[in-house]
Design a protein around this ligand. Sequence first.
Ligand code: ZN
Length: 241
Amino acid sequence: MSDSESSSANFQSSPLRRADVRFSKHPRAKRYLAKVDREGNIVLTVPKRGTQRDALAFANDHRDWLFEEQQKARAALVDPKRLRGLQRGDRIWFRGERVELSIEKDWGRPLLCFAERRVYIADEDMDLRRPLKGFLKEMAKREFPALVQSYASKFGLEVKKVVIRDQKTRWGSCSTSGTISLNWRLILASESTRDYVIIHELMHMRRFDHSPEFWALVEEACPSYREHERWLKRHQEELAW
Ligand SMILES: [Zn+2]
């Protein structure tokens, strides 16, 4: 049997909700305005007699454009970092939270610290991407296979092998021979987003496409899947270091 693969599909953009935007009340504004600021936040201007609800509806009419602008703003923010790599003071995603990278010393040996984890490094001024990636990839290798197996048995599926991969934007794949591949970067996402990707790939063992029938299986197994697809898509740039 040949291995064909299928990746997490790009989602159809889901509606913006209150938590996704910031409101700014402008007594002199004559109409609703939506823009994306330098940090990538969606800012909605509400005119004097306007409501947040209508501002949100307005933004939703333009959401594809807003998402695009948001990606551009975020890409511009991370770009300088990409050139110099990761350094102390930079923040990365870890388990769905932004955490700061700091350096401590242990008897003179530099230690990279984040989220109560410590990793020995060769030099405090080095690009921290390499040691971090090594550490996080190992963590993924220790955690993900057991998780996949436990979800597989929950759904009565048989997984032969779990492979941890290093890819910039592909979160997972499933082969017809029963191998599930997962991107170590899922350790940067929240546990529920990580679990969604696992479930998504497992559902491909029942249905090997992205048909509506497939998405119905996903939704049944993980009702909040849209939220996770959206999170991954929105933070793609920031996870691709
Ligand atoms: Zn898929």
